[in-house]
Design a binder for this molecule. Sequence first.
Ligand code: ADE
Length: 238
Amino acid sequence: MKFEVITIFPELIEDYKKISIVARAIKKRLLQIKAFNLRDHTFDAHKTVDGRPYGGGAGMVLKADVLSRAITSVLKKVSKKEKTKVILLTPAGKVFSQKEAKKLAKNDRLIFVSGRYEGFDERISFLVDEEYSIGDYVLMGGELPALVMIETIARFVPGVVGKEESIQGESFSKDGKNSNLLEYPQYTRPEVLKIGKKTLRVPKVLLSGDHRKIEIWRADQAMKKTKKIRPDLINKQW
Ligand code: ADE
């Protein structure tokens, strides 16, 4: 699957590509991630990408002419056969979720447009297929949201996540056994952990070797945790 990010900070995206599972998937040619510098599509000496909003008001607005040149230049590289979507990152977009990730993973190519100012000139909306927010908070720009979305979507690409890191049974995974519930608590060695005066033990049931009992315990823990932290998930329709 191919991801392209239009940004004024391509180095943020380039650095991310070097890390861990994503780097491995790129090497295996399962993923391709490319960053494009919005400033390469300016014509003035200052490489201006933003302007003051018509009608007044605080902040700057990303220019539609520069953005449209950047988007169309990336779109030119897309073959007709490739299922492609242009996605704008904005706190005013549809809230991204695991369900949205799964849907977007059906595309061959996603082109993300990250802003860094107060907003975008509305006239680029005709070049945009979807607007997404990663949550109800405001970041400095769309680069981290683009990476959050890429990482979440990439996990649905076959081969990116190995069996070890399987998405089965994870929180929010509808395919997992505990769909709609948060993941149960996990433990690893040591069995007895001393931190200061505290002695912390692994729950006995997990050491019992009784898989049926362990399954019941985990289901119960997942339910308790969800009721406490995210009761809204229990009757949620995905
Ligand atoms: N840009 C700034 N904040 C954002 C958010 N929460 N989601 C997507 N893009 C953003």
